[in-house]
Design a protein around this ligand. Structure first.
Ligand SMILES: [Zn+2]
Length: 248
């Protein structure tokens, strides 16, 4: 097992970086919220990140999901086995998480779409991390409108495009924005770092994703936590501009 790097980015906000994807831990008192959960193969790394911040799985109050791709929900079936922990996301994405439909390119489709060695290496990594499973999270359900009464007081911002029900989570009290895969700062298949969009082949609807990013401009805060790449500090409007204008 690779031990994830866990970094505190704000009061009660930690980001854990697995081999190629991040998840976030929001603590408040003796409870915490987990936002996303890595690949199936990241289960032990998720447990390690929880221990590293001094908590245990018994203190997990809820899981929030940005979107139901295998690198963000993969560890959940085994992590939550026998536990009654709510798994929340947007109404549309909850259907996706339950695998009533699937909006994800397979590693083979992605590899076929590009000759680049980085893509091939990434595809092999995905397979090794258990990324070919079609397993869903049957208990996933849609959240209610407005701020969620969970550790971190996250406010969902539904941002369709990467997937039909993709959701970012804003933490107004700590000035943090979790952007999932709507806006990232790097990816194993690309060399460039900094605010950017994932390569086209990973998005369900590229145009919708670009439109959704406009909602992020007005949010208060200066820490951006993407699903892929390192945390970024600056204004969200700047991050959106850089991502929309970046050459790919
Ligand atoms: Zn992802």
């Amino acid at each position: 097992m690779s031990t994830p790097t866990v970094t505190q980015v704000a009061d009660g906000v930690h980001v854990a970086q697995g081999t190629s994807v991040s998840w976030i831990l929001l603590t408040e008192g003796d409870a915490f919220t987990l936002v996303d959960a890595g690949y199936p193969g990241d289960r032990d790394a998720v447990l390690s990140s929880i221990e590293q911040i001094g908590y245990s799985l018994d203190q997990l109050e809820a899981v929030l999901v940005t979107h139901a791709h295998v690198d963000h929900i993969g560890s959940l079936p085994r992590l939550l086995e026998g536990r009654d922990v709510p798994v929340l996301t947007s109404e549309v994405e909850a259907h996706h998480a339950r695998r009533e439909f699937l909006e994800q390119a397979t590693p083979l489709q992605v590899a076929a779409a590009s000759w680049r060695p980085r893509v091939l290496a990434w595809s092999l990594h995905v397979v090794a991390a258990g990324g070919t499973t079609k397993a869903g999270v049957p208990q996933a359900q849609g959240f209610a409108e407005g701020a969620l009464d969970l550790p971190g007081l996250p406010v969902p911002i539904v941002t369709p495009g990467h997937t039909s029900g993709h959701t970012c989570y804003h933490l107004p009290h700590t000035g943090v924005l979790v952007t999932g895969d709507a806006l990232v700062t790097g990816h194993p298949t690309v060399r460039r770092t900094g605010p950017q969009l994932l390569p086209r082949m990973f998005h369900h609807d590229v145009a919708a994703n670009r439109r959704s990013l406009d909602q992020l401009r007005r949010l208060s805060g200066d820490v951006l936590l993407p699903g892929h790449g390192v945390p970024w500090r600056g204004s969200y409007a700047d991050a959106v501009d850089q991502a929309l204008n970046a050459r790919r």
